[in-house]
Design a protein. Sequence first.
Length: 385
Amino acid sequence: MDIQGHDPPITRVKLCYILPEYYTNTDTHFYHIYELLDEISRVVDIFLIIERSKEFPQIKNLRKMYAQKFTFIPLRFVELLFLFMYARLIGYKKFYVHYTYAGGILASSVTKIFGGETYYWHCGGKKEYMTKWEANIETIKMKITDDCLFLLTLKLMDYLVTGTLSLADYYSRNFGVNREKIKILPNWINIDRFDPKKYKKGKLRRKLGIDEKKKVILFIHRLSERKGAHHIARIANDITIDSSDTLFIVIGDGPYRDKLGCEIKKNRLNKYVKILGSAPNRDIAKYYAVADVFIMPSDEAGFPRVLLECMTMNVPFVATDVGGVKDIVPRNGKYHIVPRGNIEMFVKRVLDLLVDESPCNLREFIKEKYRKELVANKFIEIIAE
């Protein structure tokens, strides 16, 4: 078995962590996980199993790590099962799976047979997007490979880990998960990486080719309907009617990108909206640094990290009331949360923030609740119970 490793520091618990992918230039929230693993591996003996990767993980203090080699799906399942059995054989009793069904089902099966516990992380409005049964091959395939595997994972796991109390209630209410089996672990952020003092707004705007006189409205997310990409053109159209000195910067990629481009062209918004495509999360802070307002018009969310990112960078925002959004913001702050789908109110709140010259002090709230080091301690408490 090709396992890379070295002697670990003194540890309190042994943990097998299953990560869906590792890419240094990822544009996803996984980069935040790499940073957390850096933090907790100082005091936890971690055996990291990565389902997809083509590079050597740069995570400090890991005792063991293994990236799956096979590409043929049946062989990947056998490989993963063998890895879990090996991990259990050498003393790893606790398995933490970051949302993959194969990892959750196989790890749970191993711990039920050989002893141990499986923690399964999931955070999102799954029920609303489950496929409805229809008498066709595609629908049946989707039900079996997605919805049924998700439900089986929930049935087999020992503990569900999710981000907020309201999400815990959501899983309990919609999927019958026993509340005693749900652990709350908030998302986190590296406040050193997201530090507005590191950037000079004017200089950065010039470097990015952005007019310093423009009011910049920023969208960063996957370009899909679930994340509100289908609302961007209308929001931009309605705002530029009242405020023509605005510029929308769209960072992200996804299935809705081409359609969004057509909508922008159809509504003659080309000079008001720039789609820049995906960007590595490790470099994403610079886009928040040039923004005046951040928007999150999502139709579905769990614990959106983009809100932690924009708050840490002291960027005011407008977001829809989905998932655990209301749970993760302060009582008072320079932001607005509006009902999902109410684009008229959404636009009005963005316009309100564009003319509001008061300082934004959301960063201090993040430092007190969601700093990486604090959540790392919470993570260790959960798995050490």
